[in-house]
Design a protein around this ligand. Sequence first.
Ligand code: GAL
Length: 666
Amino acid sequence: MTKHLELAVCDYPEHVPQDRWATYAQQQKELGLSFVRIAEFAWSKLEPREGDYDWAWLDLAVDTLHQAGLGVVLCTPTATPPAWLVRRHPEILAVDKEGRLREFGSRRHYDFASSLYREYSRKITKAMAERYGKHPGVVAWQTDNEFGCHDTARSYGGASAEVFPNWLQKRYGTLERLNLAWGNVFWSMEYSAWKQIKPPNLLVTEANPSHILDFYRFCSEMIAEFQAEQVKILREYSPNRKITHNFMIFESGFDHYAVAKGLDFVSWDNYPTGMLEFFAPAGTSEDVKTHFARVGHPDLISFNHDLYRGMLAGTDHDLAHNLTQNLAHTSSGQKGFWVMEQQCGQVNWAPYNPLPAHGAVQLWTAQAWAHGADVVSYFRWRAATMAQEVMHSGLLRHNESFDRGFLEVKALEPETFPEVFPLGEVPSKVAVLHDYESLWIWDQQKHSAALSYWTQVMTYYSALRSLGIDVDIVHPDTDLSTYALIVAPALTLMSQERAQHLELAAQRGSKIVFGPRTAYRTPSGMTPDQGQFGPLSSAIGARLHNFDSLRPGLEQDVRSSGSDILHPVSLWAESYELNKDSSSGATALYHYANGPLAGEIAVLEHGNITVIGAHSATLITEVLSKILLELNLAPTPLPEGVRLSRRAGKTLLVNFNPHAVAWNGL
Ligand code: GAL
């Protein structure tokens, strides 16, 4: 059986009269789509009153799609607990950081820690799985919808506030241990009873970062547990069907690696123009936003593709059980992923929602394939004529005429995909390490307002992409043995085990590049007693000397020994002292040329390890480029907005600029 990119769409039969369903299914099939995702918000239609299920409409919807030859991705509807449930049990609602109840009337209004809500979630999951779990038309399940969307990963009251102390008790055993791990002696924050501990909000000034870190871990675990309960039921009543969840753009509220673990494949929702307007990392300039307004920024999009491609690396699902041809296909650490919601027109939720450029839908589809997507599923079939999303496009306009997304998909000629978009591996020899706990601790105390964790990681990622390099994004504790170069832009949280793992990778022959604030925090959020680089100190052969937070307008420069080229540094500068002992062998590669750190070391090298302490895109690109050359990885400098990607032995060259670019570098 050939394996190639397949297309799908998100559809909402419950939004339109039943007499449209067969026509839509036929049009979807004719367009060349293979799958349709349905029902993720349909709880009030499925169970209009408690225990009173109405399956007739969903039976018909699933049968209609199946008869048209389309595979159905069915969703558990738990992102939208209905009014009868919320009004009967308001205690399932979440509380925001400002202490306000997150009321009924939109979506995602529940607290993951609520045992009562979990009971309802299990009940509706079981009811659906019993009814449709073995339906020949159902190929996969999606759990819930976009965990964390609308800032819902954490609840600061209600059930979460109640369960948090118990969770801490399990984690620490004694209050003495917790007080020590959090450093609660500082400002007399010591606790003498578990019930005294609350979520870290509504305080006079900032909370203890260790308190925040554990609260974030707790919330993340609640999401993982919530989903695991659904997955268990789906596995029991719907064997041999794949299970996924549609993750979000740059969502930071939970540890995606932990939540993804029980899934067969991951998917994510790709909204390139909204992403640029709404989710672009701190410091993205207005000029960049305007330049890429109609297509999105290529690196922001591909970062998410690469992130989700690597999400299940290191887990070993049984690939032999694939029911649909296109799931989880690759060898090595890569696992096939889906784009479950792909923008195909305007979105409605960003400050500005420009019409995508002509060809953008095709560009995004090809880019998704090149970065490892097995299926691209457009959001949505027909533009909604009701409620919150009437300003959002679909493949069909409100009046059912074909919108530009539809015409672009048609012009892609899905029948040519076996040749044009075969599945296969993204041949990446370079890994960027990403860790949600480091993100949480970094962003709590950014120390330089515009230098968020994502800004820091994206600077390195973009530098690699601007050199034409294919990148895997993986968790630091996963198997790194296949990578020639490992880049850790913001790995601030460092355990002994993690340090050993990385040291081993360097000893085995991989080059490693660390960014600033590496190993600046212990797993409980403190600074190591020996300071930066904590457990990596001897591997790096140096220690932190000074760090400087640069407000906009305050700049300094860095230059390499013997060169006149100055690299401008913004936002963050840290300097190092080499260890004195002779076994260290670390050498300085770049120094600060001016400012308070003048003459101090900005970049150093020790064996296979390089550390870059200054935030400077040109410096980072130069250092990475030299290492890539040494490794024979052929860095290829590309014009701005132009990107190269490789998959299955093919190369895709894309131009995201609003104008043509002359380049013949291949
Ligand atoms: C996604 C969400 C969809 C829809 C879409 C609009 O975040 O999963 O249900 O709201 O945004 O762009």
